[in-house]
Design a protein around this ligand. Structure first.
Ligand SMILES: NC(=O)c1ccc[n+]([C@@H]2O[C@H](COP(=O)([O-])OP(=O)(O)OC[C@H]3O[C@@H](n4cnc5c(N)ncnc54)[C@H](OP(=O)(O)O)[C@@H]3O)[C@@H](O)[C@H]2O)c1
Length: 270
């Protein structure tokens, strides 16, 4: 039988790198550090090797269909399946950014929502019995950032993936038309992208439960406010502390909740 394997997207730095560090210590199998930029990824692997750890490396850009396909082929050939998928890759504009809001909306939704969705869909057939999927979302994506009529749509237990994709497209179109606030959206592209990611988590969790596949748990979390390039130096937690809840979800025992939103290793209200 092939070795067990865990993969972490966007793990050349920040919380992703800290997740790989911890998984190398706690997961009994190979841990694959991935990065869209090969040299940044290899540098991160060398750093962890210096700490006595042995992550593997593979290139992965979740915005690229070709990169996703090559990664999937690598996992299929090398391992035949997947035990842990941690979707950590993400991007955010700084508060002070002067980029036009339509640019922020387009790019935030593209990577944080669409990229995560495409990558998850690609590798979903490889998930083994007892596997775990973890989405590193954020409290910035709490449901109440959108108005009640949108909350009802995002949180509907019958929401389908095509309906979710059109909701996210609608956000970008409303921003382009300059009427997103009148339509019930907030002026945080990052937040909306994470609302979409959490809604997607629930769709995949329902799908795995209905599929009858044995003990596949799918959960989203907020890692907390962590000192990384994304959040800056004033954040209250280290990246290693931010890795705690994602790793907890990656190693959940059978019978644990699925389709939930977590913070500090507990389920919390979305
Ligand atoms: N830091 C916080 O306080 C905080 C709070 C809540 C949630 N989060 C979430 O935690 C996750 C990690 O954040 P972080 O603070 O560690 O951020 P970070 O230091 O900026 O790291 C983000 C990682 O994602 C990678 N990435 C970006 N776009 C990618 C793509 N298209 N394909 C593959 N990888 C990509 C980056 O690669 P490059 O190095 O190539 O850019 C980097 O490795 C994100 O999803 C973020 O939204 C963070």
């Amino acid at each position: 039988m092939s070795a067990k394997v865990a993969i972490v997207t966007g793990s050349n730095k920040g919380i992703g790198l800290a997740i790989v560090r911890r998984m190398c210590k706690e997961f009994s199998g190979d841990v694959i550090l991935t990065a869209r930029d090969e040299s940044r990824g290899r540098t991160a692997v060398t750093l962890l090797e210096g700490e006595g750890l042995q992550p593997k490396f593979h290139q992965l850009d979740i915005d690229s269909r070709d990169s996703i396909a090559a990664f999937k082929e690598f996992i299929e050939k090398s391992y035949g399946g997947l035990d842990v998928l941690i979707n950590n890759a993400g991007m955010a504009y700084k508060k002070a950014s002067t980029a036009p809001f339509i640019e922020q909306a387009t790019n935030s939704v593209r990577t944080n929502f669409t990229g995560t969705l495409h990558f998850t869909r690609a590798v979903l057939p490889l998930m083994k019995p007892h596997s775990r999927i973890v989405m590193v979302a954020s409290r910035a994506g709490k449901l109440n950032i959108v108005k009640p009529h949108l909350q009802n749509q995002f949180s509907s237990p019958s929401l389908t993936e095509p309906q979710l994709v059109s909701l996210m497209d609608q956000f970008v179109q409303d921003v382009a038309a300059g009427n997103h606030e009148a339509k019930g959206w907030p002026t945080t592209a990052y937040g909306v992208s994470k609302v979409g990611m959490i809604a997607f988590t629930k769709i995949i969790a329902r799908e795995m439960t209905a599929s009858g596949k044995i003990d596949i748990l799918v959960n989203a979390c907020c890692p907390g406010w962590c000192r990384t390039d994304m959040a800056g130096d004033n954040a209250t937690l280290s990246a290693d502390q931010g890795a705690e809840t994602p790793v907890h979800l990656a190693l959940l025992p059978a019978g644990s909740p699925t389709g939930e939103f977590w913070g500090e290793k507990k389920t919390i209200q979305w």
